[in-house]
Design a protein around this ligand. Structure first.
Ligand code: NIG
Ligand code: FE
Length: 406
């Protein structure tokens, strides 16, 4: 494989060091930064980074990219998406604008269940086409590693098809087998009987983690415990959607079961913040979903100050967060939650990679890591968060190859 050299860069920045996860204001505010710099990729890995003045002669085929006036950050890691869906919810979006709430629409059989209908109807090929389109959007916004959840099938065939399609698209699959109770089951327990008996054995072979929507309109803490314990016993790591609308005991359950993360937290109070800070469960913040549904922001600043593991993701989905752009989540983290750009960058690189169990491979610019990079059309990388929804990604490099260019 040829070498790729990005040369004459105004700046290269990466969360400092090699340790993961990062926590606390001090831990999340350090960068390894170079000015007038280069990055060299070889065989899909980063082989060197440094100042131009230290770049020696290179032998063999070398493809060069001009970095003048530009900066580079690590490829972004989106650790929470629902990108494998068919159809859209533009009607629901309009009804919410006229006053209907997300929870009301869900209770009336719309919301998640309307995407379940479209996803079941799409078939595996249709889903692959939809995910390829969404994947291209994410890549153009700088995401080089993404997780995606099932949860829009809620029957055996469609759940497993979602997991296969996510894998084949290069995503990291999470089995969200407990997202909603589909209409063919009388209650959550009857649905879980089916899901754990009929779907889990194969889902555990395809997915890396399991996830549950713990909320008054979906699954309660007892259901969530039953589902997560069975998934853990089948070898999956655990994630939870919790405290989105109400505090329902998700944080305590996540800590007790040793979950990787608890995600959303818009309704989390001071006790939840302190409990997370004392634990190794990551807090995955989804500020786009909070804005999109007109909900309060999660207590990002308090979590950071208290020393919790803070990660940032899009929650990209057709209902609560129709947005695939991590830089928008970074802007919201800075303007609405009191994170600085450096902490926001760490939250969607190193710490997001930690949530996905890949912090030794992605999320940093240092020799040995995967050659995943975002080239920005700005000398000051902070424009990634500062330029709200700005079109500043010049190129995206995945595994040492230019995967997207403007
Ligand atoms: O993370 N809240 C539950 N699940 C998703 C939304 C899914 C949907 O509305 O389709 C979320 O917000
Ligand atoms: Fe979600």
């Amino acid at each position: 494989m040829a070498k790729l050299l990005i040369r004459d860069l105004a700046g290269v920045v990466s969360p400092a060091g090699t340790h993961a996860p990062l926590r606390g204001p001090a831990g999340m505010s350090k960068l390894d930064a170079y000015e007038d710099a280069y990055v060299l990729c070889e065989d899909g890995r980063l082989s060197a980074v440094g100042r131009m003045s230290d770049l020696g002669a290179l032998d063999g085929d070398v493809e060069e990219l001009d970095g003048r006036g530009r900066s580079v950050v690590p490829g972004l890691v989106d650790c929470h998406t629902h990108a494998c869906f068919a159809g859209d919810r533009a009607d629901e979006f309009s009804r919410r604008a006229a006053g209907a709430t997300y929870e009301e629409l869900h209770a009336a059989g719309g919301g998640i269940l309307s995407t379940v209908g479209a996803t079941r109807a799409a078939g595996e090929e249709g889903l692959a086409v939809a995910l390829a389109r969404h994947r291209a959007w994410m890549l153009a916004a700088g995401t080089t590693t993404f997780e995606a959840k099932s949860g829009y099938g809620l029957d055996r065939d469609t759940e497993l098809a979602q997991l296969r399609v996510i894998r084949e698209a290069g995503g990291i699959p999470t089995w969200l087998g407990a997202h909603a109770v589909p209409p063919e089951f009388p209650d959550a327990d009857a649905y879980l009987d089916f899901a754990l008996e009929e779907v889990l054995p194969e889902a555990a072979r395809l997915a890396e983690a399991a996830d549950v929507f713990l909320e008054r309109s979906a699954f309660d803490a007892a259901h969530a415990r039953r589902y997560l314990v069975a998934c853990r016993d089948a070898g999956l790591s655990l994630r939870l959607h919790a405290d989105q609308f109400t505090e329902g005991g998700g944080i305590q359950l996540a800590i007790e079961l040793g979950a990787r993360s608890v995600d959303h937290l818009e309704a989390t109070g001071p006790e939840g913040v302190q409990a997370l800070a004392r634990s190794d469960v990551a807090a995955v913040l989804l500020p786009v979903a909070a804005v999109f549904l007109g909900r309060p922001m999660p207590p990002g600043h308090d979590l950071l100050e208290a020393g919790a593991i803070v990660a940032l993701a899009t929650d990209f989905n057709p209902g609560s967060a129709f947005c695939e752009r991590l830089p928008v989540a970074m802007t919201l983290a800075c303007t609405q939650m009191g994170l600085g750009p450096v902490a926001a960058l760490a939250a969607c690189t190193v710490n997001a990679a930690h949530v996905l169990g890949r912090a030794d491979r992605v999320g940093r610019i240092a020799p040995g890591y995967d050659a995943d990079l975002v080239l920005l059309d700005t000398r000051d990388w902070r424009h990634l968060a500062y330029h709200f929804a700005g079109d500043i990604v010049a190129a995206v490099i995945k595994d040492g190859v230019v995967a997207w260019t403007r």
